[in-house]
Design a protein around this ligand. Sequence first.
Ligand SMILES: Nc1ncnc2c1ncn2[C@@H]1O[C@H](COP(=O)(O)OP(=O)(O)OP(=O)(O)O)[C@@H](O)[C@H]1O
Ligand SMILES: [Mg+2]
Length: 300
Amino acid sequence: MTMNSETNDPRETAAPAAENRPHSSAGSAQASQPTAPQEGRREPAGMASPGPHIRAREFSVYYGAFEAVKKVTFDVPEGLVTAIIGPSGCGKSTLLRAMNRMNDLIPRCTTGGELEFDGRNIYDPRIDVVVLRTRIGMVFQKPNVFPKSIFDNVAYGPRLQGQKKRRELEEIVETSLRQAALWDEVKDRLEDNAMGLSGGQQQRLCIARALAVRPEILLMDEPTSALDPKATTKIEDLIGELRGQYTITIVTHNMQQAGRVSDCTAFLYEGVLVEFGRTRTMFTNPREKQTEDYITGRFG
Ligand SMILES: Nc1ncnc2c1ncn2[C@@H]1O[C@H](COP(=O)(O)OP(=O)(O)OP(=O)(O)O)[C@@H](O)[C@H]1O
Ligand SMILES: [Mg+2]
């Protein structure tokens, strides 16, 4: 991993890099100092000083001539949960989708600057996008279960990867469903069509399906916005349990949720990264007035 001289090496600090070089209108934000981890939260074992898993430097995303994400610079720390917040249309989904090149599917969508995963340029033309999306899985706002059995939904990815042995598949399906806190609810109906599950169950099934291919990073775009409070709690608990084993990046409109589940937060406004840092610090003592106004509900 290479670090430029302007960047703090997060391995030398008590907390992940919380660097932010804001672009244009972001004003006077300064590179943030590392701060203590969130109160009551445990650092994942062996990850007291995690390095960046995804590293963005002056990274932009364009739709045609429109720059939807504007030269953002930040590190997603390994093994922690990073929330992306900001008003509707500010570029959250665009930035998240860029991380596993889901934007490739959108015509006229291009990028500028650097976006690295494990030290490799995600937009390097030699990158195998299928492998990239296996290593960086994604869960969408609306659960996109396949009209197949519960078992076949979870076994889908491993089968694509060439796993044919029934026993191995059974093991992967059970482990993934347990990790997604869905096993107990579905273990007696694995052959039922997944479309018959409730919305919250379908979302956990999508998480199980994403986990079945053993990703390193999980991207979640408003995974609970269509769910009731009980199902939302289940997903949030699940994020807490996956924390440490996976690097998680979650887009959310729910400030309480960002506060509950995330270690770090990125606040975007009109495509500009206004502030990035430890969630607890940002929520109690934001550097930027814009951040404070958004977090306290004054706009957005
Ligand atoms: N496929 C597309 N083609 C052209 N412009 C797009 C496309 N997708 C998004 N945009 C534009 O890019 C900007 C950022 O959109 P994006 O969906 O990333 O916002 P968001 O922060 O996720 O919003 P929301 O909270 O409403 O989901 C918006 O101005 C949007 O209109
Ligand atoms: Mg969005």
